[in-house]
Design a protein around this ligand. Structure first.
Ligand SMILES: [Zn+2]
Length: 344
């Protein structure tokens, strides 16, 4: 180990401000929530521990044998791994805090199983190691044969390797990133066995298993027991949906308004021509009334024209008179033979 590592005696308490506090994004809050979920069954506790170690761990072969180093960025998550190891194997690994200096200062916690006998035993028990062979990427089918254990395993992997974008952002996205192609394939297979329609892609030297569909993301959060995160996702989704609906209505109103305006323009055009030809005098009283209303209120909708009429008229009554006006003008134009293409 290099000198920038130093042993940590005490990890910050759960819920303390700072690394594990309320600050931070949606992804971190989701992990903080999941770190508090403790599986009831032994099978699930082991599956989750396997997910955590498989996701975050790397194996080293030294002269003494195997050693595992699992790196976590979230203090609550490393505490959970520690708790599970103690509960299942009565094993207290070495924990080291490391300050990474890439981009911004960030703390990383290394959980080290460096006692070769213990490490090997634990890996074997968790199905990560099989008769001396390490199942590098493969996920032991035995470990995830029950649905309860699949959920626990995936929760473990999500805690170690997963992230979710803030649902406030434009598109929904949940992903696992790993450098191990076999593990990514196995993970994608398991996700799809649970019907999440996951997809796999490559990003530089890493492999990404991801969900884009918000329904699937919501189902996945439910599956791994991220209930508070799910609630928040759903709330934001409803708000986003309302915003879209309002936009749709506004656009729809604009379209209607354009239709109203163009209808009014053609009515005004027709009436103006009638006036120019001296035909207004011969227009029946009821039609002349509507024609004058239209000229006085060029921007009004038919409904508004109806309200302006004395006595008031319904929208359909105004519409009916407008049609009759058009027909009357057409007939008048034909009879007079003056302006043949007026009322078309
Ligand atoms: Zn189980």
């Amino acid at each position: 180990m290099t000198s920038h590592l130093h042993a940590v005696r005490l990890l910050p308490a759960a819920g303390a401000k700072g690394e594990s506090g309320i600050m931070g994004g949606f992804s971190k809050r989701t992990k903080d929530e999941l770190a508090r979920v403790m599986p009831k069954h032994r099978c699930c506790r082991r599956a989750e521990l396997a997910g955590l170690l498989h996701g975050a761990g790397s194996l080293h072969l030294s002269q003494r044998g195997f050693a595992v180093t699992a790196a976590f960025e979230n203090a609550a998550v490393v505490r959970k791994a520690l708790k599970l190891l103690k509960a299942e194997f009565q094993y207290a690994p070495q924990i080291v805090a490391e300050q990474t200096r890439r981009l911004r200062q960030r703390r990383r916690y290394l959980l080290i199983l460096d006692n070769p006998g213990d490490a090997e035993g634990i890996l074997r028990e968790l199905g990560i190691m099989n008769r001396g062979f390490v199942l590098e990427g493969g996920i032991s089918p035995e470990l995830v044969k029950d649905e309860c254990c699949r959920a626990a395993f995936l929760r473990g992997v999500f805690l170690a390797r997963g992230s979710i974008t803030d649902p406030q952002k434009k598109s929904y996205h949940l992903e696992f990133v790993t450098e191990n192609e076999d593990f990514a394939s196995g993970l994608c297979y398991l996700m799809n066995l649970c019907k999440f329609k996951a997809r796999m892609g490559k990003r530089k030297t890493s492999f990404v298993v991801y969900l884009k569909d918000v329904e699937m993301i919501a189902r996945f959060l439910t599956f791994i027991s991220a209930h508070a995160a799910l609630l928040q996702l759903e709330e934001i989704r409803v708000l986003k949906g309302m915003r879209e609906e309002i936009n749709r209505l506004v656009n729809c109103d604009t379209a209607n308004l354009e239709k109203t305006v163009s209808a009014a323009m053609s009515q005004i055009d027709l009436i103006s021509k009638l006036i120019d030809s001296g035909g207004l005098e011969r227009l029946p009283e009821s039609l002349r009334e509507v024609a004058m209303l239209r000229l006085e209120h060029p921007e009004a909708s038919l409904k508004e024209l109806g309200e302006l009429a004395v006595p008031r008229m319904s929208k359909s009554a105004i519409n009916h008179r407008m049609r009759r006006l058009r027909e009357w003008v057409k007939k008048y134009a034909e009879e007079e033979g003056i302006i043949p293409d007026w009322a078309n």
